[in-house]
Design a protein around this ligand. Structure first.
Ligand code: MG
Length: 127
């Protein structure tokens, strides 16, 4: 089976490293973007659409909600699961994220088990 790909979108380099490590442990190959626009640019330049994108909420240039709305308008990304990684203060806005097409959300701080659980709930398998 091919290695699953995940796109980590967060303006915090530390958070990208943490998420990248956890995803590697779960068998994913990852690539990273610092905001939604960078992520769109990456996606448009890559023939391999990732199975999963982890999406931060607050980011400069293009935030998580704008990213979700943009990719959910394009049929080619229908199969890409979107997991919003959010802080407790932003949980009230997750209804908006889910109605815009996010599949799930995960609240920071989280354990590797919590991430693995969410991925299972989204129909993604751990390695
Ligand atoms: Mg952020």
């Amino acid at each position: 089976m091919a290695t699953p790909h995940a796109l980590v979108i967060d303006d915090s380099r530390a958070m990208r490293l943490i998420l990248g490590d956890l995803l590697h442990q779960l068998g994913y190959q990852t690539f990273e973007a610092g905001d939604g626009q960078q992520a769109i640019t990456l996606l448009e330049g890559d023939a391999n659409i990732p199975e999963l994108a982890l999406v931060d909420w607050n980011m400069p240039v293009m935030n998580g909600l704008e990213f979700i709305r943009t990719v959910r308008q394009k049929h080619c990304y229908t199969d890409m699961k979107l997991l919003v990684v959010t802080s407790e203060a932003e949980v009230g806005q997750m209804v908006e994220a889910l109605s815009a097409g996010a599949d799930e959300y995960l609240m920071k701080p989280f354990s590797s088990e919590a991430l693995a659980c969410k991925l299972e709930m989204m129909g993604l398998h751990r390695a």
